[in-house]
Design a protein around this ligand. Structure first.
Ligand SMILES: [Zn+2]
Length: 397
């Protein structure tokens, strides 16, 4: 299908699976591979849009589930969409709410409670805010995303829970049917916008599911590819699993994906190591809440990208700290005058804020801490991916 407002061009390849590309959206270009910070409720927690631009974010995410419940579509519509509401004029992506409502059926605040019921046509769920009952269907999820106005929107899907292969297949079949319905609604809305000369065109991505079963993943890939949408996404193997697995799942289906469409690994990028793995697996786009969430818990990334001159495909992220992050709450940092990471070019490290000062702010629960820490962790992610992008060999293909 020709979709002129949204294009993707591969600009380079490594000897392995990694590649670089350029996504064109109504709100500007995205150089891929790209890590996308998550702005759950219309804010990447503790940061302003300017902070995000300065740390190099090219595109951010909004969560349909959260924005639908609060502030609600009426308010967002009044502002003509989330871009204006939150003061972000670069590319924006929204998920469909599918993941949130699927997980609500299993967990809420880490307790096993029943907050959602999935049927063949959609999901009925209780709001985590006030217990009120709501319903999301493929059509409704697309309608809400049209109001939010993101450049890239996602088809409604069921995230696969850990319930065996039969359930994974049933969830996949449902997701495929919901994809068809999402497409129909999206086409209708796009045609209407064009006819009325209003709104911004949006690109719909389909989501490949099938859990951690290679045959289901392949079947799902073929189905989603057949729909010929502007882009494709890979849902996680199962709800709550380590997201490194998703990069592995990509290897199962990489050869079946069209070369000229962007591939988005959903929920991947817990740390710079995971970002390196995602890029090497061939991901063009990926997102994760972990960098900012970990920052707020006192866990700050350290380390650097090590690339052999001969081969980007052997790139590794090396850190002296366990899991590639320091726990700033530890007493050992109480008098430490060094920045978090000497070689880091983020605002926090460049300005010379010491580990001792950050530890003090963290202990005192000072609001400034959350901003300084989030800037550092996100910049570590963005810079790692930027460096890899530069090193992937340019081609004329
Ligand atoms: Zn830094």
């Amino acid at each position: 299908m020709i979709y002129p407002e949204f294009t993707f061009k591969v600009t380079g390849r490594s000897a392995g699976k990694a590649r670089t590309g350029l996504v064109r959206t109504p709100h500007g270009l995205i150089k891929t591979p790209v890590f996308m910070p998550v702005g759950t409720q219309g804010s990447v927690k503790s940061l302003t849009s300017d902070d995000l631009v300065i740390l190099g974010a090219q595109v951010i995410l909004g969560n349909t589930y959260h924005l639908y419940l609060r502030p609600g579509t009426k308010i967002i519509k009044k502002f003509g969409g989330l871009h204006r509401f939150m003061g972000w004029d670069k590319p924006l992506l929204t998920d469909s709410g599918g993941y949130q409502v699927s997980s609500l059926g299993l967990f809420h605040n880490d307790r096993r409670v029943h907050m959602a019921t999935i049927d063949e046509d959609g999901v009925t769920f209780k709001s985590h805010l006030d217990g009120s009952v709501h319903r999301l269907t493929p059509q409704r999820a697309v309608e809400i995303q049209e109001v939010i106005g993101a450049d890239i929107i996602m088809a409604f899907d069921e995230a696969t829970p850990e319930r065996g292969k039969n359930y994974a297949r049933a969830a996949m079949v449902r997701t495929h049917r919901w994809l068809k319905e999402s497409i129909k609604k999206w086409r209708d809305l796009e045609a209407k916008k064009k006819e009325q000369g209003r709104g911004v065109p949006q690109a719909l991505f389909g989501i490949i599911q099938g859990g951690n079963y290679p045959d289901l993943r392949r079947e799902s890939t073929d189905f989603v590819v057949e729909q010929d949408l502007p882009g494709l996404a890979l849902g996680g193997g199962s709800i709550g699993q380590s997201n490194e697995q998703t990069s592995e799942n990509l290897a199962w289906v990489r050869d079946r994906l069209p070369q000229h469409k962007p591939v988005y690994l959903m929920g991947v990028g817990t740390n710079p190591q995971a970002a390196v793995a995602a890029v090497l697996a061939g991901a063009d786009m990926f997102d994760c809440v972990a960098p900012t969430r970990l920052a707020r818990c006192g866990l700050l990334y350290t380390g650097r990208l090590e690339v052999s001159h001969v081969n980007i495909d052997h790139a590794q992220f090396i850190s002296e700290h366990d899991k590639g992050r320091m726990d700033i709450s530890q007493r050992v940092y109480a008098g430490d005058e060094r920045p978090i990471e000497e070689a880091c070019d983020c605002y926090t490290c460049q300005k010379g804020f010491s580990r001792a000062y950050l530890r003090h702010l963290f202990k005192a629960k000072e609001l400034t801490y959350y901003r300084l820490a989030s800037i550092h962790n996100l910049r570590m992610m963005v810079r790692t991916v930027d460096k890899m992008r530069v090193m992937i060999k340019r081609t004329n293909r």
